[in-house]
Ligand binder design. Structure first.
Ligand SMILES: *Cc1c(COP(=O)(O)O)cnc(C)c1O
Length: 422
């Protein structure tokens, strides 16, 4: 860097220190185990390991499974875990108790949610979704549409109000809108309250995927009268690889909404072993089969990382971090193309940069201790899990980006060949 750049960098260093002091009370890094010196910007893909998870998993394996064996279903509360852990996640989603059930993957939960829509809106056959959705969401939408004879129409969430009106005028009323609150690639935060209200005005339901928002920002499911929602727990909720997903079904729909995957864990009397299915009361009817209890134990312990802190506080810290990271990238990396919105109200908890050699940039940064990820076709994605990151980390990330480009390290053949998981 030249002399002028050095001045800019020093100014940013001073600002980073000031901001870290200002936000010291919400620095929760001590609640996590992270390798020293690593700047981990991939907590929106696999969250870091919260302290306490090791001991909880050791207890689950050693005592609960190893010693107490099958009695643990009763004695250690295994049976109730999907609802108990659902109620523990609920406050992070702005949901009251009794509406969130944990188990299975987001993919399975979305399948259930869209089929539940079919039972609640039997006279409607159009699903409105975003063509830029995470692929699994698109595959599920297409699969469910094929099963039910629906058609899938695409529009961004901003375009949804107009699309709902147009489809109604054409005599093709929409059964539901199915959107992600945050675009996984660009980090754009959509208007969940506005889109949900527009759906309701058109007689449609609103289904939201919270994978990139839960644990990072306010969702307000009850306040905004969202109908159904799904999300994974291994991103900002730090539940660990393969931790089970959740499904939210608003109280008002629980009696009428059908479960397309009836299973014995969702039966009204599972241990009477009846040949005919009868759904349990409440959100329990959306349980399927035996949940992954080792992962459930890790997730339950992981949630204690949010103990005593509300999601609005996490969000304030996140906005400060992403604002600073955006500014630092634009000041320190000439020609950088940030695709994540500048407007706080439209930004999720990441900063994405478009670059023609995005994959090589990600690999070269990782080799320098700054771990982000690549999203096809050309996005460097820097996820910001506010509880364990600082403004100083943000500056390190921006400087590392610059160093990689200065040395053309992204063109190094050892960084350009794709690994299986990007
Ligand atoms: C991460 C993510 C998923 C993951 O689905 P799984 O079934 O849990 O693998 C789904 N949708 C979105 C929007 C995601 O970001």
């Amino acid at each position: 860097m030249g002399a002028l750049d050095d001045d800019v960098a020093v100014t940013f260093e001073t600002r980073a220190r000031e901001l870290d002091r200002l936000h010291a009370a919400t620095d929760l890094r001590d609640r996590f185990e992270l390798p020293a010196g690593l700047v981990y910007l991939d907590g929106n893909s696999l969250g870091a390991l919260p302290r306490g998870v090791r001991a909880a998993v050791a207890d689950m394996v050693g005592l609960q499974w190893g010693t107490d064996l099958v009695s643990s279903w009763n004695d250690h509360g295994w049976w109730e875990a999907p609802l108990r852990v659902g109620d523990a996640i609920a406050p992070l989603l702005g949901a009251g108790p009794g509406q969130v059930v944990v188990g299975d993957s987001t993919t399975v939960r979305l399948h259930q949610a869209l089929h539940a829509v079919a039972s609640l809106r039997q006279d409607r056959r159009v699903l409105l979704t975003d063509a830029a959705s995470f692929p699994t969401d698109l595959y599920v939408a297409a699969g469910v549409a094929e099963q039910l004879g629906w058609s899938v129409v695409t529009a961004t969430p901003d375009e949804a109000p107009a699309a709902l009106a147009r489809l109604a005028a054409e005599g093709r009323p929409v059964a539901a809108v199915a959107y992600s609150q945050v675009d996984y690639r660009t980090g754009r935060l959509w208007d969940l309250p506005g889109v949900t209200a527009a759906a309701h005005r058109a007689g449609a339901l609103a289904v939201w995927d919270l994978c990139h928002s839960a644990g990072a920002l306010e969702v307000g499911l009850d306040e905004h009268q969202v109908d159904l929602a799904v999300g994974c727990t291994y991103k900002f909720l730090n539940g660990g690889p393969g931790s089970p997903a959740y499904l939210y079904v608003a109280h008002r729909h629980q009696r009428e909404a059908a479960n397309v995957l009836p299973g014995w864990h969702g039966h009204a009397r599972p241990f009477s072993m009846e040949p005919r299915y009868e759904a349990a009361a409440g959100v329990a009817r959306f349980r399927v089969g035996t949940p992954p209890m080792l992962s459930m134990a890790a997730l339950e312990a992981a949630l204690s990382a949010f103990g005593g802190i509300d999601v609005a506080t996490v969000r304030r810290r996140s906005l400060s971090l992403t604002r600073f990271l955006r500014d630092a990238l634009e000041a320190l990396v000439p020609g950088v193309e940030v695709v994540t919105p500048q407007n706080d109200a439209r930004r999720g908890s990441q900063v994405s940069v478009r670059h023609p050699q995005a994959y090589g940039v990600v690999r070269a940064m990782a080799a320098r201790g700054v771990v982000g990820d690549f999203r096809s076709p050309d996005v460097v994605r820097l996820g910001v899990a506010a509880p364990y990151l600082t403004h100083t980390d943000m500056l390190t990330a921006a400087r590392t980006f610059r160093q990689v480009l200065d040395g053309s390290e992204q063109l190094d053949p050892s960084y350009t060949s794709r690994a299986q998981v990007t």
